[in-house]
Design a protein around this ligand. Structure first.
Ligand code: SF4
Length: 72
């Protein structure tokens, strides 16, 4: 029972809600066309910058804008 209550608290917390919103990502992750499916490692961003919404520090991809999908 305590586990279930704790889970509900986590889902509603400010931190967990922000982690589920790719629109809050910063830096290159924030402007990356793949942010909705990737989002970068939030754990690594936090470990290296103390900001869990910062750009993924280990990603080599360099997005230039959110526009950039190639269809076909
Ligand atoms: S980690 Fe790299 S590929 Fe993933 S969202 Fe960030 S910039 Fe884009």
């Amino acid at each position: 029972m305590g586990q279930l209550d704790s889970g509900a608290d986590n889902r509603d917390s400010v931190v967990f809600r922000s982690l589920r919103d790719p629109g809050l990502l910063k830096g290159k992750c924030g402007r990356c066309a793949y942010r909705d499916v990737c989002g970068g490692s939030r754990a690594r961003a936090y470990a290296m910058t103390r900001d869990y919404l910062a750009a993924g520090p280990a990603c080599a991809f360099m997005p230039t804008s959110r526009v950039g999908f190639v269809s076909g």
